[in-house]
Design a protein around this ligand. Structure first.
Ligand code: BGC
Length: 252
C-alpha cells in the first residue's frame, strides 16, 4: 500500500516527452519511498491532457499534499515560456494554476533540469561542494542547470547554444544519438565538443551528467577530454523526481 504523506514524504513528478513519472520522496534523505510510477505522455500532450495524467499519478499514490513538478521547458514563476520538445499550446500557460486546478493540490513547477540539478546538489554528486557546477541532463533534449556555490541560476537553457548551424541538443542529445545510430564512442566525442564549448564559456569546476545516458557513463567517459571534473549523476534518472519534490517543500 502507498505510504501516507507527511511533511517529509512529498510527491515528485517528472514530465517528459514520452513518459510522465512520479514517486514519493523522503525529503530528508532524497530517497524514493516507492517505486516510480510511469504513464505514457498523452498524445497530443496539451496542457489539460497532461494535467489529467499528473492527477492519475497522484491518485495512484493515494497522495494528498504539495506536489513538485519538473517540466521540460523554461518555467518562470509557474508559467511555461518555451516548447521545444513539447506541444506548442503550452507556451504562456500558467502551469502552476492549471495543475493545481486539475489535481486539487498545491502544485509547484520548475524546469526539469533545474529540478534534477537541485537533487544532485542537495543529495548527490554535488553535495557540500562550492564553486560553479553544471548539471547536464541528456535525453530527448539537453537540459542544463547552473549552480554557483550551491545557488541555482534558473532556466539556463544551454542545450540551445548554437553548434554547427543548429541548437546543441540537435547535435548531441540522446535522441540525436539514436536517430543517427551513433556508437557510444562517436556520441561521446560529440558530447565532448559540447562540454568543451561550455567549459570555454563558463570555466565550471564540475559537470554532473544526468538523464538516461548517466547509466552508460563508462561507455563514453574516455571521449571526454575537458579540464573540469566530470561525474555521472548519483541519483541517475531519479534526480528529476527527487528535485521536484524538494522544490515543492522549499516553496511551502
Ligand atoms: C528544453 C529545456 C529542457 C530540456 C530537457 C530542452 O529542449 O528547452 O527546457 O530542460 O529540453 O528536457
Amino acid at each position: 500500500m502507498a505510504k501516507k504523506p507527511s511533511k517529509k514524504n512529498i510527491i515528485g513528478i517528472d514530465i517528459g516527452g514520452s513518459g510522465i513519472k512520479g514517486a514519493l520522496v523522503d525529503i530528508e534523505s532524497g530517497i524514493l519511498l516507492t517505486d516510480r510510477y510511469r504513464l505514457t505522455t498523452p498524445k497530443p500532450a496539451d496542457p489539460v491532457s497532461v494535467g489529467h495524467t499528473v492527477k492519475e499519478i497522484i491518485r495512484h499514490f493515494d497522495y494528498d499534499g504539495p506536489v513538485g513538478i519538473g517540466f521540460p521547458a523554461r518555467v518562470i514563476h509557474g508559467n511555461v515560456k518555451t516548447a521545444t520538445n513539447i506541444d506548442k499550446s503550452w507556451i504562456d500557460t500558467d502551469a502552476q494554476k492549471l495543475f493545481s486546478g486539475i489535481t486539487g493540490m498545491p502544485c509547484f513547477i520548475l524546469n526539469d533540469a533545474d529540478a534534477a540539478g537541485m537533487a544532485e546538489i542537495k543529495y548527490g554528486s554535488g553535495k557540500n561542494l562550492n564553486g560553479l557546477i553544471f548539471m547536464i541532463t541528456v535525453g530527448t533534449g539537453i537540459g542544463t542547470a547552473l549552480f554557483a556555490d550551491g545557488i541555482l541560476v534558473p532556466n539556463s537553457e544551454l542545450g540551445h547554444l548554437r553548434m554547427f548551424g543548429d541548437i546543441a541538443e540537435a547535435y548531441t542529445s540522446d535522441a540525436a544519438r539514436t536517430r543517427i545510430n551513433l556508437t557510444w564512442k562517436e556520441w561521446g566525442s560529440r558530447f565532448n565538443e559540447y562540454l568543451s564549448y561550455l567549459e570555454f564559456l563558463f570555466s565550471p569546476d564540475l559537470f554532473i551528467i544526468g538523464g538516461g545516458v548517466s547509466k552508460k557513463f563508462n561507455q563514453f567517459e574516455n571521449q571526454l577530454k575537458i579540464h573540469a571534473r566530470i561525474v555521472p549523476a548519483k541519483l541517475e534518472n531519479q534526480a528529476g523526481i527527487v528535485g521536484a519534490a524538494a522544490y515543492a517543500v522549499n516553496m511551502l
